[in-house]
Design a protein around this ligand. Structure first.
Ligand SMILES: [Mg+2]
Length: 413
């Protein structure tokens, strides 16, 4: 079996419905709050953290909740609003990975495998995602990061409220070991009881048992849960796409401080990334600018901090000039404020259903640019990569035209 080390993020809003209500109704903040019906047959749909301190939980009968917390405030809730907020949330998720698996309205797995080169270390990406949710939605969210989904989910629960916890591959076993067997996916209350009768109380107990013992006691199911208990799970985040991002970067021989000196490089990288997008028949929703500061923060090759800034486009693109424009904007608006040693441009938020779906308005301009890009790509293919370097430094349309002219008298192709 090939061992792929994956990077999975589980992102989950804290007390979602209750948090939305507290955000929109300041008088409810800091108070025990339940979203749900207060009537005799009502059930708690969500409980604020203030209410949880009294033992109020979601799915609890409202009567029981009121008994545990007499000062509990009930609000009926507004599902249409929560759905709208959920759509905003998933829009943010999509900026961070094209592989987003929805678990519920306020919860998803994001596959970050392979995006570290572009987006930076997973923990940093997780913090950025939390920041985005705070800034755009004013709501708390918790994030768990781990090599497997089950552990990422347990980690996000452990990080609550409003926190982040990363469990690296080498920490997985130690993290799982003390947890009750009931935390293993697929082990419900009845199975847990059964396992405990057999002497398996913690996940560590299961992880340490031999395969033979487990098969003997529990059949194939025992072997399956033992894999989970050992932190081995090959279940991937669904909605998988081959490439998660395209990027190109350059390390300088000498550090660069002046932004205008970086502009040509931004354009060059943008064009190169765009060509690869077109080659693979995909378009990107998100443009990323990345740089490495020349200011060392720690010893070793990894001691230079890496930064990324991203922007999301209204329409997905595979056009180098569009990518360059956005990346250049990021460079000036929120780019480096000192000397840097590396610069990169990347695209993520990929979509493959684009070529025939150009926007109705302004279609002619987009379609023209699209045709032009494809023409240049064909020529580049015929004349090889040598043409690329020269292309990238000039204006896209000018170059495209000049290449088209050249095409008539191709002497030495
Ligand atoms: Mg939640």
């Amino acid at each position: 079996m090939i061992e792929h080390s994956r990077v999975i993020m589980h992102a989950d809003m804290d007390a979602f419905y209750a948090s939305v209500e507290q955000r929109d109704h300041p008088e409810l903040r800091g108070r025990p709050l339940a979203v749900g019906g207060a009537s005799a047959r009502g059930v708690v749909a969500a409980a604020s953290y203030e209410a949880r301190r009294f033992g109020v939980r979601s799915a609890m009968p409202s009567v029981e909740a009121k008994r545990r917390c007499p000062q509990l405030t009930f609000v009926r809730g507004n599902m249409a609003l929560y759905k709208k907020e959920s759509a905003r949330l998933f829009q943010i998720f999509k900026e961070f990975s094209p592989i987003v698996e929805r678990v519920s309205l306020d919860e998803a797995f994001l596959d970050l495998t392979g995006s570290a080169r572009l987006m930076g270390p997973a923990k940093q990406v997780g913090q950025q995602l939390r920041q985005q949710v705070h800034q755009q939605m004013s709501l708390p969210i918790s994030v768990g990061i781990a090599p497997i989904k089950m552990v990422a989910k347990i980690a996000s629960a452990a990080a609550k409220p409003d926190g982040l916890l990363e469990v690296t591959a080498s920490e997985v076993q130690r993290f799982l070991e003390p947890l009750p067997v009931g935390r293993i996916w697929g082990v419900g209350p009845i199975a847990q009881e059964h396992l405990e009768e057999l002497g398996f109380h913690t996940i560590g107990d299961v992880a340490r048992a031999t395969t033979d013992d487990l098969r003997h006691a529990l059949g194939d199911w025992g072997v399956e849960i033992a894999q989970l208990a050992r932190g081995q799970d090959i279940r991937e985040v669904e909605a998988y796409r081959e490439a998660v991002s395209y990027s190109e970067e350059h390390t300088f021989a000498q550090d660069i401080t002046e932004k205008h000196e970086l502009e040509p490089l931004v354009r060059e990288h943008a064009e190169s990334v765009a060509r690869r997008l077109r080659h693979d028949g995909v378009r990107a929703h998100t443009v990323v600018l990345k740089w490495k500061s020349a200011q060392r923060r720690a010893p070793g090759a990894r001691g230079y901090p890496v930064f990324t800034r991203r922007t999301t486009l209204a329409q997905p693109t595979d056009d180098g000039r569009t990518i360059a424009e956005h990346a250049t904007h990021l460079l000036y608006r929120s780019g480096p404020d000192g000397a840097i040693r590396l610069l990169g441009v990347g695209c993520t938020g990929l979509t493959s259903d684009s070529v025939d779906q150009l926007p109705l308005f302004g279609a002619s301009t987009d379609a023209r640019r699209s045709t032009l890009n494809r023409t240049v790509d064909q020529i580049t293919q015929r004349f090889g990569n040598k043409a690329i370097g020269a292309l990238a430094r000039k204006d896209r349309e000018q170059v495209g035209l000049s290449m088209q002219i050249k095409r008539g008298d191709e002497p030495d192709g």
